[in-house]
Design a protein around this ligand. Sequence first.
Ligand code: F6R
Length: 357
Amino acid sequence: ETGQYEHFMLKEIDEQPTVIRNIIGKYQDDQGQLNIGQELEGLTVPKRIYIVACGTSYHAGLVGKKLLENIARIPTEVHIASEYLYAKDPLIEKDSLFIFFSQSGETADSRGVLNQIKQQGYRTLTITNVQGSTLYREADYKLLTHAGPEIAVASTKAYTAQIAVVALFSIYLSEQQGLEGTIDMFQELRTISIAMESLKDMKEQAKQIVDDYLTGHQTTFFIGRQSDFDVCLEGALKLKEISYIQAEGYAGGELKHGPIALIEDGTPVFVVITDDNVAKNTRSNAQEVKARGANTCVISAKGSEEEGDAWVLPKVNPLLTPLVSVIPLQLISYYAALQRGCDVDKPRNLAKSVTVE
Ligand code: F6R
């Protein structure tokens, strides 16, 4: 039931702070310590990690890579399942762990890779929202995202839940190795749930941005660097799948190597700037497109904001900014779809879980 909401998608966007709190509740013990060991009993620290997923879950995997490498210091590759499935004789480090990210746990391409990899004797872990799903049952280890049923075809809370769970898994792997100076992830996640909560009241702003930037346009870009780039890929996917506006997520520095040719007078360009390390660089990329006529909509975070930014988000741990910055992008997609009279929860040509290769 959508309750007070017109669509499942908006309901699920708004559920995200609760989902983060649920995840904290499930994976923290009474002493405030990480309580994830039971699920991972017998799992030794791998030398290398391969994340395999599709669509939005793949985008969560991109963020997961940064968490695993930064916190657990384990080299991590991220692969699109349908590509990895047909990779010819891929070079795989012997002591590796394959992690499958999947909301439904039924995605055929990911299942295909899981089967192959198991036959080759590698260890597997599934991070999924559906207990008892195929990827859940067939993996050696499993972690649930506890996001509750996701009904809208466009995935929202599954993305943030997967990132929160892989963040905790990174802490686990760091603790297993006795690494020093890891962050208080539960505290960071609590801060994030508060930040997410505050965004529930920002719907008018999202609607206004849609009116101001997207009305009458059929081509858009989302640009950013590092984690901001990861979130741009997700923002672009969300916008195209439910509003049918062509959207490209691009690395800020890559624009001038080709796609800048597409910028015309009024072309909407969303610019995500939450990472202080690259804020200046992304600002200058925004300038480059603006000089060619783009209508730039900057979404920044406290501390790196500038006058004229369309949306300034609360500041959170730099490794976790996608958990917050994805929300304005989800809301913009939602209101763009509404403005265009699209079927928000059931976009054309799409199914909730893709069970064919
Ligand atoms: C996008 C979307 C899809 C799924 C993809 C993977 O909003 O819903 O891109 O993310 O089909 O699905 P799961 O996560 O169920 O494996």
